[in-house]
Design a protein around this ligand. Structure first.
Ligand code: CA
Ligand code: CA
Ligand code: CA
Ligand code: CA
Length: 430
């Protein structure tokens, strides 16, 4: 029988015409894990392992699908064989299978998809081909047992972090601290520090970030703000006198009469007599002590005493009024820190003249030692030490008369002299 169909549309003639094997000639005809299967007049890309041999026209084509071709992921086991579909046509038709005779006598391809003469499964999509048709699955589905089933992309690790499978597709998302890349699959760390979430320092980390604080601050429980450290609360010994907390630091303060030493913590007495920052007149003598100073008036000896030197009064033995009075009164000044540990030797006195056969008695006389903070300890025949025996609290000014009695029994002599010691006790133990 003669047909007037164009030669190139005749499947019978195609069978005999030399087909080009694109799978051999075209480099990378199929990408990824797709296997190239040569066809008459073309080739197919199908997932590897599904078919080892494809005969004639396959019952389905997967070339339109993007996933398995683009992404080399493992695939499920191959489905069962699918019967090729051909339209049923009358043997008496003048055209070959799949073609129909038109009014002008030519054979035209039957669009089985339009004429509804295909046998594609309802889940499948019919694609018309020259002389036949194929049943295919839409994107996101694959053929399993003749049915198009959703590909569970999550099962095959399409997403780097979080995956949600949906019919025909999937969607990736990321854990907190990550953002989805433009490829919609991989995730990248968010640089949270770019938004300056920390009140002080910020360190970006993979999947998170960390705040830190400047010196003198500590991280609050919210992990981002910094609270001042109250250094003064750490130790009461941080400052010698008073600690004042400041944001990020602390400051030591000293009482009046002191300056803050260069260590920033201890207090040193201001020597007002040396700095000149005092109110003493030229007639007075400036006496410095811990935390203050005093101006000593020029010595005036009360009669019958007469002035012997700048700091000593004398009562002449020739003066009857001087009988039973100390021969000399020597004026001395010293300072003493409050709370000084006891016992402490604080003052030494010594006989300056030694009479043959004489001995000496040292004692504290008069007011000034009512609290019995002091006693005299004789250290030799001619010397004694004033000992502080009880803690003493300032500010106080004490005046002690330290008496040295000279006794000479050979010549029946008894006389005394006094050191009038003024002690300035500071308010603070420094
Ligand atoms: Ca899916
Ligand atoms: Ca981060
Ligand atoms: Ca502080
Ligand atoms: Ca001073």
């Amino acid at each position: 029988m003669h047909t007037r169909c164009p030669r190139q549309f005749s499947p019978q003639l195609l069978t005999f015409s030399p087909d080009i094997d694109e799978c051999r000639t075209v480099p990378d005809a199929c990408r990824g894990d797709m296997q190239c299967v040569n066809q008459n007049g073309g080739y197919l890309c199908i997932p590897r392992g599904l078919y080892t041999i494809v005969e004639r026209e396959p019952a389905y084509s997967d070339t339109s699908r993007g996933y398995p071709e683009a992404e080399p992921y493992p695939l499920p086991p191959p489905p069962g064989p699918v019967a090729p579909s051909y339209p049923i046509v009358s043997r008496s038709a003048p055209c070959i299978l799949g073609y129909t005779l038109s009014e002008d006598g030519t054979c035209n391809d039957i669009d089985e998809c339009v004429t509804d003469s295909h046998q594609c499964n309802p889940t499948q999509v019919c694609i018309n081909t020259a002389g036949g048709y194929t049943c295919s699955c839409t994107e996101g589905y694959w053929l399993v047992g003749g049915q198009c089933q959703d590909i569970d992309e999550c099962r095959y690790g399409y997403c780097q972090q979080l995956c949600a499978n949906v019919p025909g597709s999937y969607s990736c998302s990321c854990n907190p601290g990550f953002t989805l890349n433009p490829d919609s699959r991989t995730c990248q760390d968010v640089d949270e520090c770019a938004d300056e979430p920390c009140s002080h320092g910020c360190f970006n980390t993979y999947g998170s970030y960390m705040c830190n604080c400047d010196e003198g601050f500590e991280l609050a429980s919210d992990g981002t703000t910094c609270n001042d450290l109250n250094e003064c609360g750490f130790s009461e010994f941080l400052c010698q006198h008073r600690c004042v907390n400041t944001p990020g630091s602390f400051q030591c303060h000293c009482p009046g009469g002191y300056y803050l030493y260069e260590d920033g913590r201890s207090c040193e007495d201001i020597n007002e007599c040396e700095t000149g920052n005092n109110t003493c007149t030229t007639a007075q003598v400036c006496f410095n002590f811990q935390g203050g100073y005093t101006c000593l008036d020029q010595l005036k000896c009360d009669p019958p005493y007469i002035e012997l030197s700048d700091n000593q009064c004398m009562c002449s033995s020739e003066n009857p009024a001087c009988r039973d009075r100390p021969f000399t009164i020597l004026y001395r000044h010293m300072d003493l820190s409050s709370g000084r540990s006891v016992p402490a030797d604080i003052f030494q006195m010594q006989a300056t003249t030694r009479y043959p056969g004489a001995f000496y008695i040292f004692q504290i006389k008069g007011p000034g030692n009512e609290g019995r903070e002091f006693y005299m300890r004789q250290t030799s025949n001619v010397s004694a030490t004033l000992v502080l025996s009880r803690p003493i609290k300032g500010p106080r000014v004490l005046v002690l008369d330290l008496e040295m009695v000279t006794v000479n029994n050979v010549i029946n002599f008894r006389g005394s002299s006094i050191i009038r010691l003024t002690i300035y006790v500071s308010e603070y133990p420094f």
